[in-house]
Design a protein around this ligand. Structure first.
Ligand code: ATP
Ligand code: MG
Length: 570
């Protein structure tokens, strides 16, 4: 391919509205262009990387025994109503009426459609089955950002497994999990498989493949000692010993006036007690009415955990009016002592505080020397909070750290949520009808490419790994108006292409300086420079983008030298 005729426009300056590194570099290196909010065109150079990622995903899916199919993006919303996800997705689901007046949606994911299709399998003898597709998904994301990392239209590989029992599901899940590990390894990404909150998909077991990056929108808790990793939404920590600290004996409870002190910080400063000795009481509006959640002053409530502990689909902080009605005091003065009429749920960490400070359920007052068990008794002590940096790892006790990460893949054990709702039943060996047991497995193809750039770049531009690099070799003719050099450039590019390399020839009429800058920006792993070195010594200068290592080789040894260098590129 000749760059002079290739649609690969580069930009010298960082585009103003691009925040993340991959977004900037994908625009500057001519991979993508923005059409509208969350919608991007892939230029030929970018599409090559995207297709390489897709090919690796396809290869590993096929290896794992999954069968490729293709489901329509255009879907009647009836199916979404049948599973109840129409309401759950809300405005994320892009919907409209077709010419007959029927409401349609553009698929944000395909559990409904695939289950409806696989219903055709009626016997245990036809199971298990894993199917997958590479298909464009549409989600009207409230905050599209970071270019193709969070867009409204994106390419996903989504796979679905159908099994007869839980052991079967486990095998399918493991097969997909292992395939994901290989996919990300082959794509050159560093990822942490993390325990995840199953969220809107339902089901109980789920892992996310998280790529550490400062621009990640997810936070991951991780233990460097044993390798435990979990999305912060799901991350657990070791429960502190519930016996009161030996150093302090419980003293009698008392009321103190705290005029105008509503927040943990205010109260802690005013009474000169650390936030770790405060118990904050949050009232939540849930399916069952209202509940009170007790947390240590420096901890934050994790509503996903709360929802699971109480089995409520909706969890929302109670309104100020409800707080006043239930506690008898304005917001900021609620406490667990004599708080009747609501269930008390305590986070584990609350149970070991000795002589705590908490709201008095009276205006402008707090209680001091409150002791859990003595002064109030929660109906359950559970894990209800986000872990914090330094908390003890739930498996080994080592310190947890919190890092930012990009979710590139997600695997779920779904169970029978969709098969039950849509009547996907099979006849088991004993003749009984049972719903199939399902798993689903997604990977964002665009995110693979963007994440590879987030993880592999330098100040000059992209540093492609071998697997996703749009081309292996860039042949740069420094003076394109020099007839001998121009000829040599073409011959070299042709010879390398014939040897099996993917080659881009920079034959543009531009200064050597700008060609070298562009070479660094677009980041092709190996560059062959035809210029002064050739004039001096009849040798080609070969350089490695990642390490800047340079060697000089004669034309006849070029292919072999490049192969050697390329083999060392990760
Ligand atoms: P997120 O939490 O980032 O919104 P999700 O959990 O909703 O993602 P899934 O439904 O699990 O996403 O989709 C599977 C994969 O599709 C994700 O792991 C991610 O790689 C990719 N993906 C999801 N949403 C987007 C998006 N808006 N733009 C690009 N890729 C996406
Ligand atoms: Mg997900």
């Amino acid at each position: 391919m000749r760059w002079s005729r290739y649609f690969l426009p580069t930009l010298r300056e960082d585009p103003k509205d691009a925040e993340s590194i991959s977004h900037k570099l994908m625009l500057r290196a001519g991979l993508i262009r923005r059409l509208g909010a969350g919608a991007y065109s892939y230029l030929p150079f970018g599409l090559r990387a995207l297709q390489k990622a897709a090919a690796i995903v396809r290869d590993e899916m096929n290896h794992a025994g999954a069968q490729e199919l293709l489901l329509p993006a255009l879907q009647p919303t009836d199916l979404w109503k049948a599973t109840g996800r129409y309401g759950v997705l809300g405005d994320v689901l892009i919907k409209f009426k077709d010419r007959t007046g029927r409401e349609m949606a553009l698929g944000p994911t395909h559990e409904e459609v695939v289950t409806d299709l696989l219903k055709e399998l009626r016997s245990h003898k036809q199971l298990p089955v894993i199917v997958y597709q590479l298909q464009t998904k549409f989600r009207d994301e409230p905050r599209p950002r970071f270019g193709v990392i969070r867009s409204k239209e994106f390419l996903m590989k989504d796979a679905y497994s159908f099994d007869v029992d839980a052991e079967g599901l486990h095998r399918s899940y493991q097969a997909m999990y292992q395939a994901y590990v290989r996919i990300f390894q082959r794509c050159g990404l560093t990822v942490l498989p993390c325990e995840a909150d199953p969220g809107m998909m339902g089901g109980d077991v789920s892992h996310e493949f998280m790529a550490p990056s400062p621009f990640g929108e997810d936070r991951v808790a991780r233990c460097r000692r044993c390798g435990y990793a979990a999305n912060l939404e799901a991350a657990r920590s070791q429960i502190p010993a519930s016996s009161p600290a030996a150093s302090e004996a419980p003293t009698p409870m008392d009321v103190v006036k705290t005029p105008g002190k509503h927040t943990v910080q205010d109260v802690s400063q005013f009474l000169k007690v650390p936030a770790t000795k405060l118990i904050k009481t949050l009232l939540y509006d849930v399916d069952q009415g209202h509940v009170a959640v007790l947390l240590r002053g420096d901890h934050e409530a994790n509503e996903a955990k709360l929802a699971r502990v109480i089995g409520s689909a909706h969890v929302k902080l109670s309104t100020a009016a409800a707080v006043e009605r239930l506690s008898g005091a304005p917001m900021g003065f609620t406490g667990p002592v004599n708080l009747t009429g609501v269930r008390l749920l305590a986070d584990h960490a609350v149970m070991s505080i000795v002589n705590a400070v908490t709201g008095a359920n009276q205006p402008e007052a707090h209680l001091i020397n409150v002791n859990p068990g003595r002064d109030f008794q929660p109906s359950v002590a559970a894990d209800l909070r986000f872990i914090t940096e330094g908390d003890a790892c739930p498996t080994c006790g080592g310190p947890l750290t919190v890092i930012q990460a990009i979710e590139v893949g997600h695997v779920f054990k779904l169970g029978t949520k969709y098969t039950q709702a849509l009547g996907a039943v099979f006849q088991d060996a004993d003749g009984t009808l049972k719903p199939m047991i399902m798993g689903c497995y997604g990977i964002g193809i665009n995110r693979i490419v963007a994440t590879a750039i987030e993880q592999h770049h330098d100040a000059q531009g992209i540093v492609w790994g071998r697997a996703l690099a749009p081309f292996h070799v860039l042949v740069s003719v420094m003076m394109s108006d020099h007839p001998e050099h121009a000829r040599l450039g073409v011959d070299t590019a042709d010879a390398l292409a014939a040897a099996g390399f993917e080659v881009l020839l920079d034959d543009r009429d531009q200064s050597p300086g700008s060609k070298l800058k562009d070479a660094d920006l677009v980041g092709i792993p190996i560059q062959v420079v035809i210029g002064k070195v050739w004039d001096r010594s009849r040798q080609l200068e070969v350089s490695v983008r990642a390490t800047k290592e340079k060697v000089q080789v004669a034309p006849r040894d070029l292919a072999e030298a490049i192969q050697k260098l390329l083999d060392k590129v990760p």
